[in-house]
Design a protein around this ligand. Structure first.
Ligand code: DGJ
Length: 727
């Protein structure tokens, strides 16, 4: 996987999917040579041409007018020695200067993949699965050491990168920017694709041409955000779902992030991803090391779908952990849209009983069970039962769920505090805020300062008191606002720039503790829906609530965008009541079911208010989902028609054993005199025979000719499911 030519100074990282080649240039500068299709016979003769460019300083060899860092394709560029593009790192030294000049010193090869200290990352189960190269670079003057890590997964089109900065000297340095990845590409036409959005409209896909200048995609919110998912793809202009070159970058981090694309005057493109340098600063004292988060890069020669498959498999198999990684996920019902805060013990028990009779496997008690929480103006931080509301307590409700043959789940929002809470009265300084300045509210709540150990300990203590006492099978971990007035009363002024990253590290520490202590609990992450749908959270919690928008039509785009990176087993998707609470649209129960089955399936409605006819449909849906659950949760997912461009979004699943195919075809708006469409399937065995409703088709026929789909006779918002079996 890693070929080193020490004489030529070439590192060739390769597997059957890609080649990534680095070269040590004059003056021990590390240059980026190539990233793309695998090169079998690389001889190293091909060198990037040297040209004397005006206004590009000559460094490190001042006498060589052909050599300048300003025009070289570099691997991890510094600042201040002639490259005027964005540096990968910015470090303020003790004397006030901020020039960095890292040169290659040595390398290490490591079998497998080392863990990242304090941060989530992909992993291997056996050493043979991957090999890691660590390039060690040093800035001799400042006595700083950079360790650039590259893991090649043997069988995946994935390269993982991360960076460590070590202070091996005696002076203190201030890190202002330390990107997890920098990648320079030679001149070519490229486009980029991002997943941006807002609450209720997460991960909308946007594609644009990369032009000269700098384009920044970021989050300054202290979380990965609804607004900009920490994902970026660089695609060739002709790339489609199934053809063309696509390079995907996915940052394993849940805090403020930045992704930049810079195209220089010579058409060269520099890509960087990492912790957002905006407002960031980290004091690196002698002997200390700073670990930047991981970026996973996927290389695809066959379009976006191949990229998504690589990320799906990686994140499902080697990022998610614990008992639930490979387990069947239960069909759940959540009472949020059924009752909001307005429930009592009797109502909850009624929903439980009704749900159990429908075949639902897990009941989730959402917001409102704690403190004195009757609306969103109080009680966050008071994680003890609201006795007037649930007089017999959570234990009794858990018992009741279990007695119905259902599991019991509970909502928490551990990182938040309401002004009107016992916790705030006791510890008004525990929020993130600036003394003497007003505290902005969001949903009438403040963010707890999770960089502080005593705050984390208090929340852990309160949560374990509940979890040790009550038989809880599932936790929904919510996060309903972003930080403002970024300041910690526990940090000295010179360390304030560390707060947001310390917060994320604190959150990860709490999650590590709780998920290790309660391995039997299935954790689902949530942030007002999908405001923190990122690989960092998936390391601790294998599921995320995809969006608060439960409308089946809106979900088509949201789930399509999410599926660019994240596996179906990670995407919570529920059937809710109509008119939909977010869009006020009415869609059929059938379509709501079909769309929710393209995620981890559940319900979010008042089961006691379903008509007999609706109950019959729900029972059928649940029975269908249970029968085909492995295929729907762990099969290979294919996008067939885009929710962003087609009136007929379609997708399909192929079971891991390849013997079952489930196809869903949607009509958003019906048309008069509509044409007969053909829906071409994907990923089938062209030689195999498949059976659909008694008829037999060749795999090639289904992929190249397609299924004929007559126009709907059911009006708008119609959908159809097809189940095919391989003979
Ligand atoms: C936001 C979540 O996304 C919802 O599902 C629900 O849990 C509410 N918070 C409760 O406050």
């Amino acid at each position: 996987m890693i070929h080193v030519n020490e004489t030529e100074g070439i590192f060739h990282l390769t597997n059957r999917h890609y080649s990534y080649i680095l070269r040590i240039e004059e003056g021990q500068v590390v240059a980026q040579e190539y990233f793309g299709q695998p090169i079998k016979a690389y001889h190293g003769a091909r060198k990037y041409p040297r040209i004397d460019r005006s206004f590009s300083p000559n460094f490190p060899d001042a006498t060589d007018r052909l050599f300048s860092l300003d025009t070289l394709l570099q691997e991890y560029p510094g600042y201040g020695t002639g490259d005027y593009r964005s540096p990968a790192q910015q470090i303020k030294h003790e004397d006030g200067s901020d020039v960095t000049d890292f040169r290659y010193r040595s390398y290490e090869r490591i079998k497998g993949k080392p863990k990242l200290d304090g941060l989530p990352a992909t992993y291997v189960e056996m050493e043979e699965e991957a090999e890691t190269l660590v390039l060690i670079l040093e800035d001799a003057k400042e006595e700083l050491e950079l360790r650039l890590a590259y893991t090649v997964f043997r069988d995946r089109p994935i390269l993982s990168r991360s960076v460590q900065l070590h202070n091996v000297g005696t002076k203190t340095h201030d890190i202002q920017k330390l990107m997890s990845l920098s990648l320079d590409l030679p001149s070519q036409q490229l486009e980029c694709l991002t997943l941006n959005g807002t609450w209720g409209r997460e991960r909308m896909m946007e594609r644009e041409t990369i032009t000269r200048g700098i384009k920044v995609f970021d989050s300054k919110r202290g979380s990965s955000s609804h607004q900009m998912n920490p994902f970026l793809a660089i695609v060739s202009p002709e790339a489609t779902e199934y053809s063309g070159e696509v390079v995907g970058f996915s940052l394993v981090y849940s805090g403020s992030h930045q992704m930049t694309i810079e195209k220089d005057p010579y058409g060269q493109t520099r890509i960087q991803l990492g912790i957002n340098p905006f407002g960031f600063q980290w004091q690196l004292n002698p002997g200390e090391c700073f670990q930047a988060p991981e970026v996973n890069i996927s290389y695809s020669q066959h379009g976006m779908m191949q990229m998504s498959h690589a990320f799906h498999a990686l994140y499902r198999e080697r990022l998610a952990r614990g008992n639930f990684r490979d387990a069947d996920r239960p069909v759940l019902i959540n009472n949020w849209e059924a009752t909001y805060f307005d429930f009592d013990e009797t109502k909850i028990k009624q929903i439980m009983e009704e749900s159990a009779a429908l075949g639902i496997e897990l009941f989730v008690l959402d917001d409102g069970w704690f403190g004195r929480r009757d609306d969103d103006y109080s009680s966050l931080g008071d994680w003890f039962e609201y006795q007037e509301k649930i007089p017999n307590g959570l234990k009794h409700l858990a018992y009741h769920a279990h007695a119905q043959g259902m599991q019991f789940g509970l909502w928490f929002e551990p990182e938040m505090i309401s002004r009107n809470s016992r916790l705030f009265r006791d510890h008004p300084d525990w929020t993130i805020h600036i003394p003497g300045r007003g505290r902005s509210k969001g949903r009438d709540q403040y963010v707890l300062d999770f960089s502080r150990k005593e705050v984390r300990d208090n929340i852990i203590e309160q949560m374990t008191a509940v979890l040790d006492e009550v038989e809880i099978d599932y936790i929904k971990w919510d996060f309903n606002r972003n930080v403002t007035e970024v300041f910690s009363t526990a940090l000295p002024s010179e360390l304030q720039g560390e707060l947001l990253h310390r917060y994320v590290l604190g959150l990860y520490e709490v999650l590590e503790f709780l998920t290790a202590r309660y391995p039997h609990i299935l954790f689902e992450s949530c942030s007002g829906g999908g405001g923190r749908f990122d690989p960092g959270m998936l390391y601790y919690m294998p599921q995320t609530w995809t969006s608060d928008n439960t409308d089946a039509v809106a979900r088509l785009k949201i789930q399509h965008g999410t599926s660019m990176v994240y596996p179906i087993s990670s995407m919570g998707a529920h059937v809710s009541a109509v008119p939909n609470h977010q869009t006020h649209r009415k869609t059929s129960l059938e379509m709501r079911g079909h769309v929710a089955m393209a995620g981890v399936f559940g319900y979010e409605l008042d089961a006691t208010r379903l008509s007999e006819q609706e109950k019959a449909i729900v029972k059928q849906q649940i029975a269908f989902y249970k029968t085909h659950r492995r295929t729907l949760q762990y099969g290979t997912f294919y996008r067939l028609e885009s929710a962003f461009t087609s009136n007929h979004p379609a997708w399909m699943f192929i079971s891991q054993e390849q013997d079952e195919i489930i196809v869903c075809d949607v009509t958003v708006l019906s048309e008069a005199a509509a044409p007969i469409r053909t829906l071409k399937l994907s990923g089938l065995d062209p030689q195999a025979i498949y059976e659909l409703e008694g008829a037999r088709y060749g795999g090639d026929e289904l992929m190249y000719v397609g299924l004929y789909v007559p126009p709907t006779v059911n009006g708008d918002f119609d959908s159809r499911l097809y189940v095919l079996k391989k003979i």
